[in-house]
Structures are given as C-alpha cells and as structure tokens.
Design a protein around this ligand. Structure first.
Ligand SMILES: NC(=O)c1ccc[n+]([C@@H]2O[C@H](COP(=O)([O-])OP(=O)(O)OC[C@H]3O[C@@H](n4cnc5c(N)ncnc54)[C@H](O)[C@@H]3O)[C@@H](O)[C@H]2O)c1
Length: 310
C-alpha cells in the first residue's frame, strides 16, 4: 500500500515509517526537518522510503507531492509540538497545526486518499484531570491549558468537517505522553528523554514542584501499532491511545534509578512551573473495543528500551 507520512522524520513518525517499510508499504515522507532528524530515517530511506523536505504550510507544493505519491493512506503527524512556543506565539502554532492540517486534508481530497489518520493529544486537549474521575474518556470536557492543545483540537474539528462535507474518512488518535528511543526533550513526554540523558551523564534530575504530577506514559512501539490499526479500520472521531494509568514524576525517577543501577540519581526539587497540568490519564477502552488495540509494553520494559538507546 502507498502511504504518505507527514512529520515522518520525527520521533513517532520515524518509528511509524520503519513499521510501514517493514510490512512492504511504499512510503513518502513530508517533513521540513524543523524538529525531526534525517538520521531517524536512515534505515527506511535505505530500504526505499522517500523523503521530501517541505513545510506543510506550502499548499501548492504539498498538493504536487501528494499527486505524485497517490497515497491510499495519509498519516498526518507533522506539527508544532512545543507547548511553551505555542504559548509565546499562538498564531504561529495554529498556522502549522490548523492551517497545515487543512492543507493535508485538501491534499487527501485532491488525490483520492482513502483515509487520513491524525495524531491528536490526550495529554493536552482535556486540560487538568485533577478533580475529575480519571482516566478520562473521549467525551470528557475539552479544556486545554495551552494553544497547542487548542490547535490540535481545532484540527480534529477539520477532520470531522471534511468527513461531513466531502466524505473523507479519518480518525484522530489522542495520544498519551509518548516516550521511547529517538525521543526529543521538547515533546510531551520530554521528561523521560531528559532524565535518561541525565542518568547516563551521572547528573541529578530536577523535579519541579512536589513531583506528584502524573501523566499517562505510552511506549512509542505501542503507538505505532495503534496508528496501523486505525489506518486499517473505518472508525472516525477521537480515540484515546494510552494506558489508562497515572505515573508520577518521583516514580519515574525511582524506576530509572533502579534500571540504571546507579546510586545518587536523587531528585533536586525546584519551584513548580506555572500552567502545568497536575494530573492526567486517558481511558483506552474505545481503542480496545473498536481497534482491538491495547498497550503491551510495561513502563519498566519501555524505560529499559529507552535508556538502552541513549
Ligand atoms: N510525543 C508525544 O508525547 C505526543 C503526544 C501527543 C501527540 N503527539 C503528536 O504526535 C505527532 C508527532 O510528534 P513527535 O513527538 O514525534 O514530535 P516530533 O517533533 O519529533 O515530530 C514532528 C515532526 O513534524 C515535522 N514538522 C514540524 N513542523 C512542520 C511543518 N510545518 N511542515 C512539515 N513538517 C513539520 C518536524 O520536523 C518533525 O519531524 C505530533 O502531531 C504531536 O502533536 C505527540
């Protein structure tokens, strides 16, 4: 099957491209290499995947690339992912995450793609989980705490619109905090990449606030399986892709200390950061029921694989 992957040189995208190439799909990657890395794709490019360096905001060029690739499926992962940057310049964030998504949907329509699979965020669209019954299902209130979560939610709306207006089949996977090899410290589960680096360097981790903040950490290999299952299904709308479990920062530090077999990996406490969500986890029941998907990698195994890659 021919696929187009936007953001395919990034952390999650490059693992997806590896998975598609491994099953024999033809893959065209569109990525402007702003946060992605060409090295992430070394093996897949060698095996026949194609990389086009392009900003998804360049509508005409994107349409041209899509016309040439004639993809059956478009996986849309390219995004402005830096929450702080989104707060500093909300319009810039929206230009990529909303405007760029509209261009990708137009490209899908123009080339007759069968389906679009979009990566939204379960860590950022629901906002604060404290005070709510966790894990949150897809119909929980949407209350993002940063322009990033708002722009990803707006993009989900465009997927729904294109389905109603043009019959374009699509699904939005609301990913938990994704971690694993090739992870960038900037992303939503950046804390794991940062801590793994510090552990290897023999330095101590800085923990903001009391370290009781929780996230729903999901291993990148499990996310790739969810993306493939979503492409092969016909379901639409939002689907949570997480474990349904909360892990706090101090637990992460303790697990990494045990896995790294080092003494002295003790947290240095720093003042809390404003605007940070205190608690979140997302209910993956819909993914289990309708995609036959569930997370397979335990946090312990996933952290071990991540640490080994640093
Ligand atoms: N990492 C997480 O925890 C997480 C959680 C929820 C959702 N997501 C979503 O998953 C997707 C992939 O995230 P990631 O963590 O792999 O981040 P990443 O930064 O590694 O990947 C994003 C890719 O998009 C590319 N890109 C950015 N702007 C672009 C543009 N204008 N045109 C073309 N390419 C552009 C980057 O170069 C990069 O390769 C994003 O849509 C993100 O919102 C990630």
């Amino acid at each position: 099957m021919d696929c187009l992957v936007t953001g395919g040189a990034g952390f999650i995208g490059s693992h997806l491209v590896d998975g598609l190439v491994a099953r024999g799909d033809g893959v065209t990657v569109v990525d402007d290499i702003s946060t992605g890395r060409i090295e992430n794709l070394d093996a897949s490019l060698e095996a026949g995947a194609r990389l086009v360096e392009l900003d998804i905001r360049a509508r005409d060029n994107l349409l041209e690339v899509a016309q040439e690739a004639k993809p059956e499926i478009i996986f849309h992962l390219a995004a402005q992912i830096d929450v702080r940057k989104s707060v500093a310049d909300a319009a810039f964030d929206a230009s990529i995450n909303v405007g760029g998504t509209a261009n990708v949907l137009d490209a899908a329509r123009a080339t007759g793609a069968r389906r679009v699979v979009f990566t939204s965020t379960g860590g950022a669209v629901y906002g604060e989980g404290e005070g709510q019954k966790l894990p949150l299902p897809e119909d929980a209130p949407i209350a993002p705490m940063a322009p990033y979560g708002q722009s990803k939610f707006a993009a989900e709306g465009y997927l729904g619109l294109y389905e109603r207006l043009f019959g374009l089949s699509s699904v939005s996977l609301r990913l938990g905090n994704v971690y694993g090899p090739r992870q960038d410290p900037l992303g939503e589960a950046g804390v794991i990449a940062i801590f793994c680096g510090l552990l290897r360097a023999g330095e101590s981790p800085t923990v903001f606030g009391d370290g009781a903040q929780t996230r729903d950490y999901i291993y990148v290999g499990d996310v790739v399986e969810a993306l493939l299952a979503a492409a092969g299904s016909a379901i639409s709308g939002p689907v949570n892709v997480g474990t349904g479990r909360e892990t706090d920062v101090l637990e992460l530090v303790a697990q990494l200390r045990a896995l790294g077999g080092v003494n002295g990996f003790e947290p240095k406490l720093a003042p809390p950061r404003t605007g940070e969500v205190q608690r979140i986890s997302i209910d993956p029941s819909r993914a289990a029921r309708e995609l036959g998907w569930q997370a397979k990698t335990s946090l312990d195994d996933g952290l071990d694989l991540t640490l080994a890659s640093v």
